[in-house]
Write a protein that binds this ligand. Sequence first.
Ligand code: NAD
Length: 356
Amino acid sequence: MTKKIAVLAGDGIGPEIVAEAVKVLNALEKDGLDIELEYGLIGGAAYDEAGTPLPEETLVISKSADAILLGAVGGYKWESLDISVRPEKGLLGIRSALNLFANLRPAILYPQLADASTLKSEVVAGLDLMIVRELTGGIYFGQPRGVRVLDNGEKEGFNTLVYRESEIRRIGKVAFDIARKRQGRLCSVDKANVLECTELWRETMTELAGDYTDVDLSHMYVDNAAMQLVRAPKQFDVMVTTNMFGDILSDCASMLTGSIGMLPSASLDESGKGMYEPIHGSAPDIAGQNIANPLATILSVAMMLRYTLDESLMANRIENAVEKVLEQGIRTADIYSEGTTKVGTSEMGDAVIAAL
Ligand code: NAD
């Protein structure tokens, strides 16, 4: 049956990197991948066209699709807009509307890029880590929130960190299932010594471990986890954590691998439907110059094939092709080093297709 994919390119480098990922999808169509692409607006581009960062039409396309391919949103142009219509609101809105509660962020260091990391290569060589971040709850969504004026005239900002047991259990299950298919080690990251909400997080994860006796569960405070990620990242197999902690730790993990331009992500709902996107933003500083690295977006397509479209062999083909291109010494500017060949965004896409 034909699978529908909603393509939301977004802003900045979004359209450039998504074009390369679509080229890869088109190449796989020739080999029998049965898909239909539908395009929609999101972020600043949607605001400019429709006055909102998440038009109804985009939601309709996305809800009826089997999977969504997203570029990135945001940029200088929209920074002064009211927060309710900023591009980033479109992203939070679609994650929430589609109930994409599980964010999977692998951090893999390709041996060919060991020198691109700021850490010593012996610390990161062979790194293969999966961070599972809760995406639709916690402090980014908790109510009440805002800035109020106190009786003495001083302003006070406030946000609410809130998690229900069922939300913790739901993300926990995803993480345990993934750990089961990998090395069987799961580290749950919290701040249970200070925050009651994450004390509940720890208790719930511990209870859940009873159903996964084949997975080795450990707990770590988030400050220590940040330190361990740069000290000895290879100790981790799968990490599971809250929305905000996951946001920060996954960016940190991404730098272990050398470039934010290499890392894909998946955001899944309970049925396995997902939105697939690079972990980086819209990089307005390099937009429109054909220098952005499209590999994170291309690798997001591989995740889409594996987690939603049930086409693991095609996913493997893409990942192998990316590795082959790196082996050939082909590099975009962000991962370039002496002795390799620097290419632009579209040339990198072409090289991956040639290697497919
Ligand atoms: P960013 O990830 O866009 O860029 C950080 C740095 O990494 C920049 O120097 C950029 O040039 C570089 N970079 C990012 N992607 C790259 C790629 N594919 N190839 C080469 N270099 C790349 O983060 P930022 O600068 O903090 O944010 C820029 C805008 O993106 C903001 O409006 C922000 O809100 C938005 N943003 C969007 C998302 C998303 O859509 N998922 C995520 C993060 C930030």
